[in-house]
Design a binder for this molecule. Structure first.
Ligand code: SF4
Length: 430
């Protein structure tokens, strides 16, 4: 009888990539996916603990799993991802319905649970197992973990220290993806420019991009998330020079006030961040840049918050991911700082940033109207194909186009979150 697995994923692209890889491992063993948890023989919950909301969703799923396990005692259950940390014994007591706990990329305990043969185990990166691509765009983790220890962040405790994958292994994986229909890869790291410092010869992200650019079937390379201090001029030059690398950056600044940045231990000042953006825009004046901002961090005054707003107005990002600070157990901020900004005040600051973002995004997007943008069609939602510009703008295409096509689209309409247009001509795939 076929064994069915239900794989539930929340959180960042890294978690999605881990789940896709695990699914590939399951499929190799002959397991089949189901999207109905009550039909599953194996349940894997791939969790995130960056925000309370994500943990709450996992608790709700665990409640459902407890009921199912009562009805079906043979059900095998794994909890993986960032909720699994150092205190696994506590988790075991709280969630007896879970058979195994696995940290991010720790696939072996889950494969043992499904009685995989010994050759299907083996190593953190599972070098021989690649995700089965579902479309023309795929995520490829290149460096795991983080060494930065920003005070509010749980990632370094859950994902461990920065560890780069060998370059030849990444090139092999991307080559495999391209022969299976992938045209665009997004290289992933919590701090993606940290890539390579722990490898022999210390290659950097630019070196990896050069190697990948040589793959004939690959049309586009993206990368995220950037960390200002790790983004060297050499890497920026590689992005500017290599035609297959998209001039699109995700570069969090988090706060506009030096006092708050220092308290967050972000490792840079406002002036240094501004210099980095100036350097980037000198090389690539039309680059797309998105950022992340936290409002209501402990001790953030109205004046500090105003500095954040001023920075947003001055730098004019394409998109701003804004979050109200929420204390995460296990972090430095949780242990040492009072969560002293009132919830209503956090909500007000959040709304203000959202308003600034919506206005500026609309203004920037409007400048695209009338231009022809190179779009890789990633899929079809409803009846409408969609893809992204080189700068990362989401574009809905007003006529059927095959997924995987690289097309020139004339932009006719701009909203704050996306653009719309008609294909003008087919571009030649690189
Ligand atoms: S750089 Fe800071 S915010 Fe980003 S993952 Fe590392 S510790 Fe977390």
């Amino acid at each position: 009888m076929t064994t069915r697995y239900y794989l539930w994923t929340v959180g960042c692209q890294m978690n999605q990539a881990d789940s896709e890889k695990l699914a590939a491992g399951f499929e190799r063993l002959g397991l089949k996916a189901t999207d109905r948890i009550e039909r599953a023989d194996v349940v894997v919950l791939n969790t995130c603990s960056v925000r309370q909301h994500a943990e709450d969703r996992a608790y709700s799923k665990l409640g459902r799993v407890r009921e199912l396990k009562r009805e079906k005692p043979g059900l095998k259950v794994a909890l993986m991802g960032c909720m699994v940390g150092l205190k696994t014994d506590d988790l075991r007591k709280r969630f007896p319905q879970v058979d195994v706990f696995a940290r991010p990329q720790q696939f072996d305990p889950i494969m043992e649970l499904v009685e995989a043969p010994a050759e299907d185990l083996g190593g953190e990166f599972w070098p021989a197992t690649y995700a089965v691509p579902e479309g023309p765009a795929a995520y490829v983790p290149i460096v795991h973990g983080c060494n930065k220890f920003c005070t509010y962040c749980i990632v370094p405790y859950r994902r461990g220290r920065e560890k780069s994958r060998p370059m030849d292994e990444i090139v092999r994986e991307v080559a495999y993806l391209t022969v299976n229909g992938v045209r665009e890869v997004t290289l992933l790291g919590q701090t993606v420019e940290a890539y390579g410092h722990d490898l022999g010869g210390q290659p950097d992200l630019g070196d990896l991009m050069r190697e990948l650019s040589a793959l004939a079937r690959l049309a586009r390379i993206r990368f995220l998330t950037s960390y200002p201090k790790d983004m060297t001029h050499r890497i920026l030059e590689a992005v500017a020079e290599l035609p297959k690398v998209m001039e699109c950056f995700s570069l969090p600044f988090q706060a506009g006030s030096d006092r708050v940045l220092e308290s967050m231990r972000r490792g840079y000042t406002k002036a240094e961040y501004l210099e980095k953006i100036a350097e980037l825009r000198a090389l690539m004046p039309n680059a797309g840049i998105t950022t992340d901002v936290i409002v209501g961090y402990p001790g953030e005054t109205e004046a500090d918050f105003e500095e954040t707003c001023e920075l947003l107005e001055r730098l004019r990002f394409d998109k701003v991911h804004v979050a109200a600070y929420s204390p995460r157990p296990g972090t430095i901020a949780f242990r040492t700082l009072d969560d002293d900004v009132l919830a209503a005040e956090k909500a007000r600051r959040l709304r203000r940033v959202e308003e600034i973002e919506a206005r500026i995004s609309q203004e920037i997007n409007t400048t695209y109207v009338g231009s022809v943008q190179e779009i890789l069609v990633e899929g079809v939602r409803g009846e409408q194909p969609f893809g992204r510009t080189r700068t990362g703008k989401l574009v809905h295409v007003d006529t059927p186009v095959r997924a995987g096509s690289l097309v020139g689209v004339r932009i006719d309409h701009a909203g704050p979150f996306s653009l719309r247009g008609m294909p003008r001509d087919a571009l030649v795939l690189a």
